[in-house]
Write a protein that binds this ligand. Structure first.
Ligand code: S3P
Length: 169
Protein backbone atom coordinates (compact mmCIF):
# COMPACT_ATOMS: atom_id res chain seq x y z
CA UNK A 1 0.00 0.00 0.00
CA UNK A 2 1.25 3.53 -0.75
CA UNK A 3 0.73 6.46 1.62
CA UNK A 4 -2.30 6.90 3.85
CA UNK A 5 -3.25 10.59 3.74
CA UNK A 6 -5.52 12.08 6.39
CA UNK A 7 -7.47 15.15 5.31
CA UNK A 8 -10.20 17.17 6.97
CA UNK A 9 -10.90 20.47 8.66
CA UNK A 10 -8.80 21.93 11.47
CA UNK A 11 -9.52 20.12 14.72
CA UNK A 12 -10.62 16.90 13.01
CA UNK A 13 -7.82 15.04 14.81
CA UNK A 14 -5.63 14.28 11.76
CA UNK A 15 -2.33 14.48 13.68
CA UNK A 16 -3.51 12.55 16.75
CA UNK A 17 -5.23 9.81 14.74
CA UNK A 18 -2.33 9.79 12.25
CA UNK A 19 0.25 9.13 14.96
CA UNK A 20 -1.80 6.22 16.35
CA UNK A 21 -2.40 4.77 12.90
CA UNK A 22 1.27 5.06 11.94
CA UNK A 23 2.25 3.23 15.11
CA UNK A 24 -0.21 0.45 14.54
CA UNK A 25 0.70 0.08 10.83
CA UNK A 26 4.40 0.35 11.74
CA UNK A 27 4.98 3.17 9.29
CA UNK A 28 6.61 6.59 9.53
CA UNK A 29 4.32 9.47 10.48
CA UNK A 30 4.57 12.73 8.52
CA UNK A 31 2.87 15.95 9.57
CA UNK A 32 2.69 18.16 6.49
CA UNK A 33 2.52 21.38 8.55
CA UNK A 34 5.75 20.34 10.33
CA UNK A 35 7.40 19.70 6.95
CA UNK A 36 6.35 23.18 5.79
CA UNK A 37 7.65 24.74 9.03
CA UNK A 38 10.99 22.99 8.60
CA UNK A 39 11.30 24.15 5.00
CA UNK A 40 10.44 27.74 5.92
CA UNK A 41 12.35 27.76 9.21
CA UNK A 42 9.40 29.35 11.01
CA UNK A 43 6.01 28.38 12.46
CA UNK A 44 2.88 28.28 10.28
CA UNK A 45 1.44 31.37 12.00
CA UNK A 46 4.57 33.37 11.14
CA UNK A 47 4.58 32.11 7.53
CA UNK A 48 1.04 33.46 7.13
CA UNK A 49 1.93 36.72 8.84
CA UNK A 50 5.29 37.44 7.20
CA UNK A 51 5.06 35.69 3.82
CA UNK A 52 1.31 35.39 3.24
CA UNK A 53 -1.10 32.52 2.64
CA UNK A 54 -0.08 32.09 -1.03
CA UNK A 55 3.51 31.37 -0.02
CA UNK A 56 2.27 28.93 2.62
CA UNK A 57 0.19 27.12 -0.04
CA UNK A 58 3.25 26.89 -2.32
CA UNK A 59 5.33 25.37 0.47
CA UNK A 60 2.47 22.99 1.27
CA UNK A 61 2.37 21.79 -2.37
CA UNK A 62 6.16 21.31 -2.31
CA UNK A 63 5.91 19.25 0.89
CA UNK A 64 3.18 17.14 -0.71
CA UNK A 65 5.30 16.61 -3.85
CA UNK A 66 8.22 15.45 -1.68
CA UNK A 67 6.06 12.50 -0.60
CA UNK A 68 6.36 11.00 -4.09
CA UNK A 69 9.82 9.72 -3.15
CA UNK A 70 9.13 9.00 0.53
CA UNK A 71 8.61 5.50 1.97
CA UNK A 72 4.95 4.55 2.55
CA UNK A 73 3.84 6.72 5.45
CA UNK A 74 0.81 7.96 7.31
CA UNK A 75 0.47 11.66 6.49
CA UNK A 76 -1.56 14.26 8.38
CA UNK A 77 -2.31 17.04 5.89
CA UNK A 78 -3.20 20.63 6.78
CA UNK A 79 -6.90 21.44 6.60
CA UNK A 80 -6.51 23.57 3.48
CA UNK A 81 -4.59 21.03 1.41
CA UNK A 82 -7.65 20.35 -0.77
CA UNK A 83 -8.00 23.96 -1.91
CA UNK A 84 -5.46 23.74 -4.75
CA UNK A 85 -6.36 21.64 -7.83
CA UNK A 86 -2.77 20.43 -8.05
CA UNK A 87 -2.87 19.16 -4.47
CA UNK A 88 -6.09 17.23 -5.03
CA UNK A 89 -4.56 15.50 -8.06
CA UNK A 90 -1.41 14.76 -6.05
CA UNK A 91 -3.38 13.36 -3.10
CA UNK A 92 -5.20 10.96 -5.40
CA UNK A 93 -1.95 9.65 -6.86
CA UNK A 94 -0.06 9.40 -3.56
CA UNK A 95 -2.25 6.78 -1.87
CA UNK A 96 -5.42 6.20 0.13
CA UNK A 97 -7.10 9.45 1.13
CA UNK A 98 -9.04 9.37 4.41
CA UNK A 99 -11.43 12.23 5.26
CA UNK A 100 -11.89 12.79 8.99
CA UNK A 101 -15.17 14.70 9.30
CA UNK A 102 -15.86 17.29 11.99
CA UNK A 103 -18.46 20.06 12.28
CA UNK A 104 -17.41 23.71 12.50
CA UNK A 105 -18.71 23.94 16.07
CA UNK A 106 -16.81 20.86 17.22
CA UNK A 107 -13.67 22.06 15.43
CA UNK A 108 -13.69 25.32 17.38
CA UNK A 109 -14.47 23.48 20.64
CA UNK A 110 -11.49 21.14 20.11
CA UNK A 111 -8.98 23.88 19.22
CA UNK A 112 -8.24 25.48 22.55
CA UNK A 113 -5.70 27.97 21.18
CA UNK A 114 -6.77 29.34 17.80
CA UNK A 115 -3.73 31.65 17.65
CA UNK A 116 -1.74 28.79 16.11
CA UNK A 117 -4.36 28.58 13.33
CA UNK A 118 -4.07 31.90 11.49
CA UNK A 119 -7.31 31.35 9.56
CA UNK A 120 -9.25 31.00 12.83
CA UNK A 121 -7.36 33.55 14.92
CA UNK A 122 -9.31 36.45 16.39
CA UNK A 123 -12.87 36.98 17.57
CA UNK A 124 -14.64 35.78 14.39
CA UNK A 125 -13.35 32.21 14.67
CA UNK A 126 -16.75 30.48 14.75
CA UNK A 127 -18.01 32.34 11.69
CA UNK A 128 -14.73 31.78 9.83
CA UNK A 129 -14.85 28.05 10.60
CA UNK A 130 -18.45 27.78 9.35
CA UNK A 131 -17.78 29.51 6.03
CA UNK A 132 -14.39 27.83 5.40
CA UNK A 133 -15.82 24.39 6.10
CA UNK A 134 -18.83 25.06 3.85
CA UNK A 135 -16.48 26.05 1.04
CA UNK A 136 -14.31 22.96 1.47
CA UNK A 137 -16.71 20.16 2.35
CA UNK A 138 -17.34 19.08 -1.25
CA UNK A 139 -13.59 19.13 -1.97
CA UNK A 140 -12.81 16.85 0.98
CA UNK A 141 -15.54 14.41 -0.06
CA UNK A 142 -14.54 14.45 -3.73
CA UNK A 143 -10.94 13.45 -3.04
CA UNK A 144 -11.63 10.94 -0.23
CA UNK A 145 -11.48 7.17 -0.65
CA UNK A 146 -12.75 6.67 2.91
CA UNK A 147 -14.80 9.10 5.05
CA UNK A 148 -15.11 8.84 8.82
CA UNK A 149 -17.30 10.88 11.16
CA UNK A 150 -15.09 11.76 14.14
CA UNK A 151 -17.77 13.13 16.47
CA UNK A 152 -18.57 10.89 19.41
CA UNK A 153 -15.49 8.67 18.92
CA UNK A 154 -12.04 8.85 20.48
CA UNK A 155 -8.81 8.93 18.44
CA UNK A 156 -8.06 5.24 19.15
CA UNK A 157 -11.47 4.14 17.88
CA UNK A 158 -11.11 6.29 14.77
CA UNK A 159 -7.62 4.94 14.04
CA UNK A 160 -8.93 1.38 14.38
CA UNK A 161 -11.90 2.15 12.12
CA UNK A 162 -9.57 3.60 9.46
CA UNK A 163 -7.25 0.60 9.70
CA UNK A 164 -10.18 -1.80 9.22
CA UNK A 165 -11.51 0.24 6.29
CA UNK A 166 -8.06 0.21 4.65
CA UNK A 167 -7.85 -3.55 5.01
CA UNK A 168 -11.32 -3.96 3.44
CA UNK A 169 -10.52 -1.58 0.57
C1 S3P B 1 -5.04 25.34 7.60
C2 S3P B 1 -4.94 24.32 8.51
C3 S3P B 1 -3.77 24.14 9.38
C4 S3P B 1 -2.53 24.77 8.75
C5 S3P B 1 -2.81 26.18 8.37
C6 S3P B 1 -3.95 26.32 7.36
C7 S3P B 1 -6.27 25.46 6.77
O1 S3P B 1 -3.53 22.75 9.62
O2 S3P B 1 -2.14 24.03 7.62
O3 S3P B 1 -3.09 26.91 9.53
O4 S3P B 1 -6.25 26.18 5.75
O5 S3P B 1 -7.29 24.82 7.12
P1 S3P B 1 -4.44 21.82 10.60
O6 S3P B 1 -5.64 21.39 9.81
O7 S3P B 1 -3.53 20.69 10.93
O8 S3P B 1 -4.79 22.66 11.78
Amino acid sequence: MSHVLLIGFMGAGKSTVGRLLAESLDRPFVDLDDAVEQAAGMPVSMIFEDLGEDRFRMLETEALRALIDAPPSVVACGGGVVVRDENRALLGSLGAVVYLKVSAGESIARISDTSSRPLLAGPGAALAATSLLAAREALYSAVADISVDTEGSGPGQIAQFVQDALEDA
